[in-house]
Design a protein. Structure first.
Length: 425
């Protein structure tokens, strides 16, 4: 009994859905006063920046109140959107061609309504020619706009401008699926993608110093072997030329891991330029499939940093007791862009008094980044404070017998180990 009830319920739901779809179709057709729609039965976009004969195709079904007999022609308009701003400016829609009613004579599996069907196909060469441009002005990711206008025998025109949302709706309950205007994006299977930067430096900051070697991994969308190896061009903002770029090498592929087939790498060794920014351009490659590689510049740049961080003396102050002897000398040191570390500072006399005051060590924990470190000491001989006077002394980092950690920046460049300081009377 329970199964019978379920079967009846299921049949009722099916009938309700079928009737609902028919009512929606009838209502929309009636609402547009015997108008028309171009139902999208399927799009195949194979536009490829490396192949002018690559195509965009869309299959359209002509619908009207008389089963397609009102169709006169379909106008096809084409425009262009320059997405990356590097080539041809955006071009307004203009008439590309017309599809006659007689051309709507296909039969497809997608339609069971016995309505007129036609497939519009266009090559990338034709699209580029229509906007009066050249391939050098077209980039992967740019969009061609394909716009259709349905002209009926009474010369009424139906397009995106006067179509209702019931006609243009996509997704669930989208019987018509007739958007009229479509975006044909230009693809590029040769597009060079920076897959990974694996840095030998522990900090993984993309900052290198002289002698550091980095492996730059490249992944190509197409896995065919190169018959012409790409050229690697190093771009240096500072104009340095003492660094080294190794040749492009095929990544060793595991037969079981097909993802490795499109991977290459090269080694880059930073030179001695004090500060520089390095980028790489990859160009002029060609594969056995006959595709030339689109020139591409890697998006991730390297920072070359061989500049030692600075250590400067800022404010100083001196205090004495009632007998004119030193109570305290306070120094503020400004430290630039440091890595986290523990640093030993050694303060020693270089000039009077005679005998020289005692050498003193102060240990400080250094936090990351720019900061001010305060050193305080009492000039004294054999543990007894000396009279206030002008002093010149050295502040040494990483002294003999210390922790072995001087002042270093994030990449490991070390500040000068000795700073000379003078204070007045």
């Amino acid at each position: 009994m329970k199964k019978s009830i379920l079967k009846i319920l299921g049949l009722s739901i099916l009938l309700m859905v079928s009737c609902t779809e028919e009512l929606i179709v009838d209502e929309v057709i009636d609402s547009v006063e015997s108008g028309g729609a171009l139902r999208n039965l399927g799009v195949t976009n194979k536009l490829d920046i490396a192949n002018g004969t690559s195509t965009y195709a869309i299959t359209l079904e002509a619908q009207d109140a008389t089963g397609g007999d009102l169709l006169k022609e379909v106008r096809v308009n084409v425009g262009f959107n320059d997405i990356d701003g590097k080539g041809t400016d955006t071009t307004a829609l203009s008439l590309f061609n017309t599809i006659s009613a007689a051309s709507f004579n296909e039969t497809t599996e997608e339609t069971t309504h016995k309505l007129p069907v036609a497939t519009f196909t266009v090559t990338l060469n034709e699209l580029v020619g229509h906007i009066n441009s050249t391939f050098s002005n077209i980039s992967s990711g740019d969009d061609f706009i394909i716009d259709f206008e349905m002209v009926l025998t009474d010369d009424r025109v139906f397009n995106l401008g006067n179509a209702t949302t019931d006609v243009t709706r996509t997704g669930n309950f989208s019987y018509f699926n007739a958007q009229f205007r479509y975006t044909a994006k230009v693809g590029d299977p040769q597009r060079l993608v920076l897959s990974e930067i694996s840095t030998d430096n522990a900090n993984k900051l993309g900052i290198l110093k002289s002698g550091d070697i980095d492996t730059v991994m490249l992944t190509f969308d197409r896995k065919d072997a190169f018959v012409v190896d790409p050229t690697i061009t190093r771009i240096s903002v500072a104009g340095a030329s003492d660094d080294v770029v190794g040749p492009l090498v095929k990544y060793p592929s595991d037969d079981e891991d097909k993802d490795d087939e499109g991977k290459y790498y090269f080694l880059y060794t930073a030179g001695a330029s004090e500060v520089d920014t390095i980028d790489f351009r990859i160009s002029d490659g060609a594969t056995v499939a006959g595709f030339e590689m689109k020139t591409d510049t890697l998006e991730t740049a390297y920072i070359i940093d061989n500049k030692s961080p600075e250590m400067k003396v800022g404010a100083t102050s001196v205090s004495t007791d009632g007998n004119g002897k030193f109570l305290n000398v306070r120094l503020e040191l400004t430290l630039e862009a440091l890595g986290k570390d523990t640093v030993d500072f050694e303060i020693s006399a270089t000039s009077p008094p005679d005998p020289a005051f005692d050498t003193q060590k102060i240990t400080k924990t250094i936090s990351q980044g720019d900061q001010t470190v305060v050193l305080e000491f009492v000039p004294q001989v054999n543990g007894t404070a000396i009279d206030q006077q002008g002093l010149t002394f050295n502040i040494e980092t990483d002294p003999e017998g210390g922790s072995g950690a001087g002042i270093r920046d994030l990449i490991g460049n070390e500040a000068p180990q000795t700073l000379q300081v003078s204070i007045g009377n």
